[in-house]
Design a protein around this ligand. Structure first.
Ligand code: NAD
Length: 485
């Protein structure tokens, strides 16, 4: 058994923190650990702290918690630091999007070919990149042996930035590969008998292997897709794994796009709302349309509110039990019905002692410290795993972890050339542009990014949109950075 200190930066992201905490509660080998919850928002922090304690109590887990608004406190003596902070919050993204749309950039200048996810900004996200880089440097200074587990986006750009410039143990972690579980479930297969691999880059991963009972099971996906896309009607804006766009991408690239990859196709699927509706289904046109993203934002706000109400209730009723469904329903009775249902489902799933959350952070920590071998999908430098991709480019690949570290599985069958040439290379190039801009402070690189954007009609448009974003309150440091040259 190994007790650790786990620092969570941006811990006010309640649903995420509680997933990590309950995974810890269910991991005997990490019993006795200390969780340091760090956030700049004290209300959110206190709510998460209260709930984390309640969950640990419910499990009878031997865990301790501390809260802090100081990053260095969370890092000091930590073996693992999870970073899930979002600097400037979602409202910054909306401000940038609004300015961009005024200048003709539908869904914002950061929505780019192969990167359409609405909170995955790379061009205008200086504050987020800078913050993550600074946290990595603080780890190097204060706890040089600690692992940084990067959860906040843009995971692809950040994993590259940090692994190339800060000599610490670091991986990028995403849960997008669970799209494979959805396919397995839809096919009604016994998950134990499925052998699969995904590979690519973060939010650009592909099902390179799919076998059932030792035989190629891709024909089952073909049949399923035929059935699913007829009269396709998504149940929510995220419901796209078996959508017309997934089928179309599969037909072009030759393998199934998995998880957020489906959101990250070319402009073919994203020109405007009408196009998005055609490919992602009515009524939302996918989660990254103006309608889908509003749906998601409204829902997140409701969930955050419900979380705060539950925390307040337990603050006032110290002996109440989380397990009582009636009390939970009563506390969040004002919450919209479908959100209430999802919220309660999440809480009871977290309370299920047999089920882990699906996040990989605690599994990785336990494997490294207690030698409990586990298969994961992580972001780390390629180092030859996908031939033709530079060694220092972070790829998202199947690995296993144990006491000796993280080991890459061979990608077999080999990664398809079409996907490399038509998808990975252009996406990697844009990551390189984002890092070139960030590391040099050369505003001309930001401009060049947009000059090459199909929505750009004049140089004037480029200069104006960038200047107006740089002039936003909160972007003082970014403005200074990009006036160096
Ligand atoms: P959120 O705004 O709800 O939560 C982020 C938290 O960060 C807030 O509590 C905020 O107070 C805190 N924060 C902001 N600035 C901070 C600072 N300087 N220091 C410490 N804390 C700070 O955002 P969210 O929707 O939970 O998303 C958080 C991040 O996680 C985003 O980048 C999102 O894209 C990413 N994400 C990743 C995955 C994954 O699988 N890797 C999945 C979902 C979301």
């Amino acid at each position: 058994m190994t007790a650790i200190k786990l620092g969570i930066i941006g811990a006010g992201s309640a649903a995420f923190s509680l997933r990590l905490v309950t995974d810890l509660c269910k991991t005997k080998g990490l019993s006795g650990s200390l969780v340091s919850l760090m956030d700049i928002d004290k209300d959110r922090l206190n709510a998460v702290h209260m709930l984390a304690k309640k969950f640990a109590e419910e499990f009878g887990a031997d865990l301790r918690f501390e809260t802090t608004t100081n990053i260095e406190d969370a890092i000091k003596d930590s073996s693992f630091v999870v970073n899930t902070a979002l600097v400037g919050g979602h409202s910054y993204f909306e401000q940038v999007r609004k300015i961009s749309e005024k200048y003709g950039y539908y869904r914002g200048i950061d929505s780019q070919e192969f990167n359409m996810v609405s909170d995955y900004y790379t061009i205008s996200n200086f504050n987020q990149l800078k913050f993550m880089h600074d946290v990595a440097k603080a780890i190097e200074r204060i706890s040089p042996k600690a692992w940084l587990l990067q959860a906040a986006n843009p995971v692809f750009e950040l994993t590259n930035l940090i692994t190339r410039t800060v000599p610490i143990n670091m991986v990028g972690i995403c849960h997008g590969h669970h799209g494979v579980d959805h396919i397995i479930e839809k096919l009604g297969l016994d998950a134990e008998k499925v052998e699969w691999q995904v590979a690519g880059v973060n939010h650009g991963i592909w099902l390179t292997k799919f076998m059932y009972e030792g035989k190629d099971a891709y024909p089952l996906i073909d049949e399923l897709l035929e059935k699913e896309v007829k009269n396709f009607k998504p149940t929510n804006p995220f419901d796209d794994q078996l959508s017309p766009v997934a089928k179309d991408m599969y037909e072009f690239y030759g393998k199934m796009p998995i998880g957020d990859t489906v959101r990250n196709g070319s402009w073919k699927y994203h020109y405007n709302l009408e196009t998005k509706k055609k490919w992602f289904g009515e009524p939302w046109g996918g989660v990254d349309s103006e309608l889908g993203w509003k749906w998601y934002q409204d829902r997140q706000a409701e969930i955050a509110l419900a979380m705060q109400k539950v925390a307040k209730y337990f603050q006032e009723n110290k002996n109440a039990k989380l397990l009582s469904k009636d009390s939970l329903n009563e506390i969040i009775s004002q919450t919209k019905n479908d959100v209430k249902e999802e919220f309660t489902k999440e809480i009871y799933s977290l309370l299920d002692p047999q089920k882990k959350s699906g996040e990989q952070h605690i599994l990785l920590a336990n494997a490294l410290l207690n030698d409990e071998k586990v298969d994961l999908v992580l972001n780390l430098p390629n180092n030859g795993t996908i031939p033709g991709i530079p060694d220092d480019v972070a790829v998202e690949i199947p690995v296993y972890a144990d006491k000796d570290g993280i080991h890459r599985y061979k990608i077999d069958p080999p990664f398809p050339e079409r996907i490399k040439k038509m998808y990975l290379y252009p996406r990697i190039m844009r990551m390189e542009w984002a890092l070139e801009a960030f590391l040099t402070g050369d505003k001309k690189v930001l401009e060049e990014f947009l000059i090459r954007d199909p929505r750009t009609k004049s140089y004037d448009q480029v200069v104006k949109v960038i200047d107006e974003i740089l002039a936003l309150p909160g972007n003082e440091e970014m403005r200074k950075h990009y006036s160096k040259k």
